[in-house]
Design a protein around this ligand. Structure first.
Ligand code: NAD
Length: 378
């Protein structure tokens, strides 16, 4: 049973889908590992470290030859994996909604594409959840990116020359990234407030020592929401939220936005008119910029300045901490594949009726088989 680890082809992607640690663990299960030369460079893992862990190194064609499972951080360009064995598994973050045409290409190649971001949010799958592991570090990095662009200090400092006041940080969207952003900003000494549409987040915000800012006049999503996810809010809610944000945002120094709705463009949370009310020198980090952005005027891959406010729109924030995010991503993949390992078969086996299989399997036997994708098409 051969597992291939590909180098990432996407621009700016520094992460890698296996580390020497997970290579060793897969070999411990009886697999043979082949790593594309230079795959770990962006995550500061040398080819020699993979060799020492027991993998062989080679060109893409060599590692793909006879591979049963192909690992990636992002899905490989289908043209770059021609010659892959029919029936081989492609296990990666495949961005199925954003790269829908690619899914058809995978079907044509006869591979079984498994989208790790479709992992269901059930207790059993927590250790396999790439969205959580990557968002966590993105939330942390967003605060550091804001601090780097902010021309002032975060903590209150009492010095002989006088007092420096603490930065006010507002987190919009308190999922995995938002919670980590709250914790990180608090650790740096900022005064932190946060908001979300899901009522369950109020307690989480307060337990981290931040102030919860909520729309009170219109009901949000009670509890957690299905699978922990938000949905599009009513116009009435949006109007109430805009009013709340307008009054709060003018007093903030830093705003981090993380609000996402699965399969849809990100909700717009800050308008240009609201930006204008912010103090010059304030910084906004829009973590949703690649899904359409929470902030009007945010540009993916750029830091733009509008009305004296910097809007940071880094792409692929997890890749900016590639060594740590790769370690967690790789463990997510190992945890998934090892949980389904069949000792007799000497490889993982996915039962057709398993909730995880049904959620993540995109293609099989030359066809697109995923219910979420088929629902979208109909
Ligand atoms: P996400 O990335 O989908 O969205 C980020 C946040 O934005 C969410 O909290 C969402 O409610 C919020 N949001 C959406 N629209 C908004 C709007 N208009 N205004 C303000 N906020 C808005 O979320 P996520 O990080 O994936 O986490 C969502 C929840 O799922 C969390 O409670 C998390 O703990 C939970 N979760 C559970 C599991 C599990 O059980 N295995 C795994 C991962 C996450």
């Amino acid at each position: 049973m051969k597992i291939a680890v590909l180098g990432e082809g996407a621009e700016g992607e520094r992460r890698v889908s296996a580390t020497p640690e997970t290579v060793k663990k897969f070999i411990g299960l009886g697999a043979e590992l082949a790593v594309e030369k230079g795959a770990g460079t962006g995550a500061t893992i040398a080819d020699s470290a993979y060799e020492e862990a027991g993998a062989t190194l080679g060109t893409r064609a060599a590692v793909l030859k006879d591979a049963d499972i192909v690992l990636g951080v992002q899905g490989p360009d289908p043209a770059s994996i021609k010659g892959v064995k029919p029936g081989a598994w492609i296990v990666a973050g495949l961005n199925p909604f954003g790269e829908r045409a690619r899914v058809d290409e995978y079907a044509k190649l006869g591979v079984e594409a498994l989208a790790m971001e479709f992992m269901p949010r059930i207790t059993r799958a927590q250790s396999m959840d790439i969205l959580s592991s990557q968002s966590n570090l993105a939330g942390y990095k967003a605060v550091l990116d804001a601090a780097a662009e902010y021309g002032r200090a975060f903590p209150m400092m009492m010095t002989a020359a006088g007092t420096v006041s603490a930065a006010r940080v507002f987190i919009m969207g308190v999922g995995v990234a938002g919670l980590q952003a709250i914790a990180t900003a608090r650790r740096l000494g900022a005064q932190v407030s946060a908001t979300d549409v899901r009522a369950a987040t109020r307690e989480q915000i307060e337990s981290l020592g931040a102030k919860a800012i909520f729309v009170e006049s219109v009901k949000g999503i009670e509890g957690e929401g299905t699978g922990g996810y938000a949905t599009e809010m009513s116009d009435e809610y949006k109007a109430a939220q805009a009013e709340l944000v307008s009054s709060h945002i003018a007093k903030q120094d830093i705003v981090i936005t993380t609000a996402l709705i699965p399969g849809r463009t990100a909700p717009r949370l800050i308008s240009d008119a609201q930006l204008k009310t912010m103090k010059p020198g304030s910084v906004i980090v829009d973590l949703a910029v690649e899904q359409g952005g929470n902030v009007e005027g945010a540009v993916a891959g750029q830091i733009v300045e509008k009305h004296g406010v910097k809007i940071v729109g880094h792409k692929n924030v997890p890749s900016r901490l590639a060594a740590d995010t790769s370690a967690l991503f790789s463990r997510n993949l190992f945890n998934f594949l090892s949980a389904f390992w069949d000792k007799d078969a000497g490889r993982p086996v996915l039962p057709d009726d398993d909730e995880i299989t049904q959620a993540i399997r995109l293609t099989q036997g030359g066809k697109v088989v995923n219910a979420r994708l088929l629902d979208m098409a109909s």
